[in-house]
Design a protein around this ligand. Structure first.
Ligand code: XIL
Length: 367
């Protein structure tokens, strides 16, 4: 081949490759757009293998072609990012953020202050006792500034505080609460707004349909605003099952958060088809029940009647998203396809669940 032709061929190849990397689809063309109106972001939680491209090919294609927003499933949690005091390891978080930048996706940070998957040193001194209020505040401030400074201009918004409120509306007895009281939430948001005034700031929680939790979240939103502390949205995790949540209660919460003066987002959506004999409605990550075959009935396939139920409930969920669309930022699914959904391992390890819109073969299951 003549050198000139070779140069043209190489440049065409480069264009083709770079188009493959950046998301080729316009946001209107995303498969889920039929269910989630513009301009609501359509997100997925991603793990380190999906980001590195070492996952199943189906998953990497579904991820690159069907979402315009990503949340890190684990790699920004404090136990991963700063396992030892002052020893930050940003390697996975950097890969996650780079993936989002390369694919032209909106990037969400999850989660700055959370009692679960918490770095073991964070709230304790060398003797294993709680640190003083001042020390904890200093550590929180340092953590929030370190993370947010690193990703300034790249991360669009953060779950500043995750899961601080119980279903009955009381504050969770977490180390943060036990040391600082409910003000730890206000302090975290205050630090976050100082660290990156351009990043959106969210409070995120599960079982948001519960009346007690709803009321305290509304009070929290109002309290922050009355102090001049910014909160841009409340995140409803929305881990669902065939018999929960009660969608009437769920919708009441959505309306209540909007009335309290904030936007809403559905941040960890999935809908399990598996039996829930322990009547668990929340998503406390430490729950761990014993496996038995009767609790894992769909190893081969899901019966049509169950698929229908799943679709009906997803339609109800999308109905709420559409009804309040002008106040909704984002719908993020907690995973890419059913293959690697956390629901296969929570709250019982080793089951086969079908909780996400994209099946293991990459096909969209929604009617
Ligand atoms: C889950 C991840 O999906 C799992 O891989 C991990 O083992 C435990 O945490 N609420 C949250 C998420 O805010 O961070 C949790 O993610 C699910 C519940």
């Amino acid at each position: 081949m003549k050198p000139q032709l070779l140069a043209i061929a190489i440049s065409m190849l480069t264009v083709a490759c770079s188009q493959q990397v950046s998301n080729e689809k316009t946001t209107e063309q995303l498969a889920l757009r039929k269910y989630i109106p513009e301009p609501i972001l359509i997100g997925a939680a991603v793990n380190q293998w999906q980001v590195a491209g070492t996952c199943d090919k189906v998953e990497s294609e579904v991820l690159a072609n069907n979402f315009n927003c990503i949340t890190p499933e684990n790699c920004m949690k404090s136990e991963v990012i700063v396992p030892e005091k002052d020893k930050y390891d940003f390697s996975l978080a950097d890969e996650f953020v780079n993936y989002g930048v390369q694919h032209n996706m909106v990037i969400i940070g999850h989660a700055l202050i959370w009692h679960s998957q918490l770095a073991p040193w964070f709230c304790y001194d060398d003797a294993g006792n709680f640190v003083s209020a001042d020390t904890l505040k200093q550590r929180m401030r340092n953590h929030i500034f370190t993370v947010m400074n690193r990703y300034k201009g790249k991360i669009h918004g953060y779950d500043v505080v995750n899961e601080a409120i119980e279903d009955d509306g009381s504050y969770r007895q977490s180390p943060f609460y036990n040391i600082l009281g409910e003000e730890f939430i206000d302090y975290a948001f205050q630090c976050a707004q100082e660290a990156d005034p351009n990043a959106e700031l969210y409070y995120n929680d599960y079982s948001m349909n519960k009346v007690g939790k709803r009321n305290t979240v509304c009070e929290l939103v109002k309290r922050l605003k009355s102090k001049g502390i910014r909160i841009d949205a409340v995140g409803l995790q929305s881990h669902m099952g065939l018999d929960f949540p009660n969608f009437e209660e769920f919708e009441t919460s959505v309306a209540a958060f909007i009335n309290a003066g904030t936007r809403v987002q559905f941040t960890e959506v999935d809908l399990s088809v598996l039996p829930n004999p322990y009547n668990l409605e929340g998503a406390a990550v430490e729950s761990d029940f014993e496996y038995s075959l009767d609790k894992d009935p769909y190893r081969e396939s899901v019966p049509d009647s169950v698929k229908t139920q799943w679709n009906e409930r997803m339609a109800q969920f999308f109905g709420i998203v559409n009804k309040y669309a002008e106040h909704v930022n984002r719908v993020t699914f907690w995973g890419v396809t059913d293959e690697k959904s956390w629901k296969n391992d929570w709250p019982i390890r080793g089951r086969k669940d079908y909780a996400l819109p994209f099946a293991r073969d990459g096909k969209l299951k929604l009617n």
